[in-house]
Ligand binder design. Structure first.
Ligand code: NCD
Ligand code: ZN
Length: 349
């Protein structure tokens, strides 16, 4: 087995959280990724320019002094979002994109959008500006089976939206179904694919009893969907790119309330590359990780490179959260307790 050198990747969907968690976890992304789109679903969501600037500042302060990592910030859309905030925030490069969470669809989304039609004026403006719309694509109707929520969203909400705003730049985030894979390709959208949806199907949540470690939203689906996602990610097709949806929750919360989210940033690159190796597609990895995203977003490629070597890599059961030299919590990483077979050895300038 040979080592691999690729252009530095970017993470096009990331939850960095705030405060002490942010300070403890940011290094897992900033070390080997050039940029990341930072999700705005903080406890009090990022709905204004002012909040966004202040959140970006706290992210910059959490980075090591000579870090070149660039956070790309987003605004959290609500029924009250106003046009001018979008225009000013985008034109002044405060917002890179806007995130649409249907209200109550996932973690910290209670202030999300109640009715997508309420935002038509905003989409009109975004379409004109060329501002990307990032969508958590699930309906929230409790009558719809949780395993069908992505498909129903695509048919009932996304399809009409695309008809009405054909030039709007849309990314369907963390896709989980073969239906989404087909839809994205047929409609010239972009899509992020997470490492966990490439590795697990819905059985994981019930393996050895109820297991919230594998609970995230959208939930993992049946095996045929996982296979379709693996095929899409490793196809090299431009519309599919890396977005970890790394979403840390402190162990005490995850164990207590089973909140949705999988923390994968400490192992993201190694986790993805395992899939590409298994699919005999190592030659497509750089496209998915480092080229397709910048192409979609019209950004330059990163110039630094990372070196990946086939080496045993024991993943710790937990990542400690440390404050003033004391352990104040822990977070379970994806693949925690497993031994992976690749390791990122370093950055080449
Ligand atoms: C994310 C979180 O915890 O913020 N959770 C998740 O299960 N993916 C939110 C999200 O992206 O849905
Ligand atoms: Zn997310």
């Amino acid at each position: 087995m040979k080592e691999l050198t690729i252009l530095k990747p970017d993470d096009w969907h990331l939850h960095l959280r705030e405060g002490i968690v942010l300070k403890n976890i940011i290094r897992f992304t900033s070390e080997f990724f050039g940029r990341a789109i930072v999700m705005p679903n903080t406890k009090k969501p990022i709905t204004t320019i002012k909040e966004c600037i202040s959140y970006k500042k706290s992210i910059s302060e959490a980075l090591s002094i000579n870090s070149t990592f660039e956070p790309l910030m987003t605004i959290y859309l609500t029924d009250e979002t106003v046009k001018n905030e979008i225009i000013e925030g985008f034109n002044n490069k405060v917002f890179f994109a806007a995130k649409l969470y249907p209200a109550n669809v996932t973690t910290n989304s209670s202030q999300g959008v109640k009715k997508i039609e309420n935002l038509h004026e905003i989409f009109e403006v975004m379409q004109e500006l060329g501002m990307p719309l990032l969508i958590h694509g699930e309906v929230t109707d409790p009558e719809v089976d949780i395993f069908d929520r992505e498909e129903v969203f695509i048919d009932k909400e996304l399809s009409p939206l695309i008809q009405k705003f054909p030039k709007l730049k849309i990314v369907l985030e963390h896709i989980t179904t073969s239906h989404a894979v087909d839809f994205v390709q047929e409609n010239n959208l972009g899509a992020t694919i997470t490492p966990h949806h490439l590795h697990i199907n819905r059985n994981a949540m019930f393996f050895g009893g109820l297991n919230s470690d594998f609970y995230c939203l959208p939930v993992a689906k049946r095996e045929n969907n996982r296979i379709a996602l693996r095929k899409a990610a490793t196809s090299g097709k431009e519309c599919f790119f890396l977005g970890t949806d790394s979403a840390p929750h402190l162990r005490q919360w995850k164990a207590f309330c089973g909140c949705a989210g999988i923390f994968n940033s400490p192992v993201a690159i190694e986790s993805y590359i395992k899939v590409f190796e298994e699919e005999n597609a190592l030659n497509q990895f750089e496209k998915f990780a480092s080229l397709n995203g910048p192409n979609f977003y019209n950004l330059p490629f990163n110039t630094e490179k990372i070196r990946l070597v086939p080496k045993l890599n024991e993943i710790p059961e937990f990542i400690q959260v440390i404050e003033k030299n004391k352990v104040v919590g822990q977070i379970k990483p994806f693949h925690g307790g497993e031994t992976l077979t690749w390791r990122v050895e370093g950055v080449i300038k």
